[in-house]
Design a protein around this ligand. Sequence first.
Ligand code: ATP
Ligand code: MG
Length: 436
Amino acid sequence: MRMSQYFLPTLKETPAEAQIVSHRLMLRAGLIRQTSAGIYAWLPLGLRVLRNIERIVREEQDASGAQEVLMPTIQSADLWRESGRYDAYGPEMLRIKDRHEREMLYGPTNEEMITVLFRDGVKSYRDLPRNLYHIQWKFRDEVRPRFGVMRGREFLMKDNYSFDIDKEGARRSYNKMFVAYLRTFARMGLKAIPMRADTGPIGGDLSHEFIVLADTGESAVFCHRGLVDKDILSREIDYDSDLQPIVNEWTSLYAATDEMHDKAAFEKIPEGDRLAARGIEVGHIFYFGTKYSAPMNAIVTGPNGDSVNVEMGSYGIGVSRLVGGIIEASHDEAGIVWPETVAPFKVALLNLKPDDATVSAACQKLYDALGASGQVLYDDRDLRPGAKFADMDLIGIPWQVIVGPKGLVAGKAEVKNRKTGQREELAFDDVVPRLA
Ligand code: ATP
Ligand code: MG
């Protein structure tokens, strides 16, 4: 992509309305614009990041055996009357009427809808387990939308729902998501720690929030430091095997959100290993048994011919919140530092003298060679070098290839790593292989 043709409205000044660094940087780097309170338009650069996050989420869901569907954003009030939640949900639900005065709503979540789809489609325990997910916009009329996409009113969520014949099956489904979530966040370069969360009246230990540590996070959290350095990506995962040992490994060290905090247990941890911090909730997994299947009659025939209410769980990931969360975890003075897996482009190509035919020809050659995969942002704009350096550092693309007249005389280009700041002078022909 040529920057001279790209819709990329960056800002020099710090927007006054943005209180936290990720919100400031998302506005300054031209990723998003607010269109109403808590509602954002995604501009080309931001959308590329959002799509990359979505892709990783999708790949890990598919690998775990979950199946993708797409449910609508608009739902009927009657659906929610079946579960009893229409009246219970409160002012966070955006209620709408259609031209026939029928009561509708913009979905804040999809338990009711998926339960009906399941109820109509599955009648026997032989067809279990099932796990269905979608990635869809939600609306919650938050009292205090703030921090940009971190707490929006309209936001993109991956939510899925598991259906099992019994509690043991539900735990297996839960464990699959637990592991899939560890992998999902790790692939985005995040350290997201699973922390025990409140299960409400259902009780038990099957609710975890996945929390990215950040000073600007809205949740107070407590955990064992050992969890910060644990790694999931170096091991093979077989989703058909028993995942309980992996889950145990992660849950045997103390980690809890504020609501579930057990001070006495925390103080048993050696002082140097105690971590009391703030964090951002990027995912939440939850077993809730028959909470919806009972009132909504989602019943299957069990092995003995009896009628069984299916055991359900639901699992959310804040896809749009993650864009902000990743920036909170990965930025410096100059701007965003994208982990390679979610970066909007892999390489930035900087032409320091676009009015010099030799420099431009050399850049064009590199652009053609690197750009085949559409992963290069080429700064061909007629601007002074300082402005280009500042913009590229702000945007945070992992690799910068810098081409100017001086280097060119020696047949060289400079390659800079955005994260480490390390620079390398490379012979022209070595640039493409170096970045491959
Ligand atoms: P929170 O405690 O932050 O209000 P929640 O517990 O209500 O979130 P869930 O219903 O568990 O959220 O939704 C699943 C995921 O969706 C959350 O883990 C979070 O990452 C994301 N999410 C929830 N509300 C918002 C919002 N207003 N803006 C952006 N993302 C959100
Ligand atoms: Mg939650």
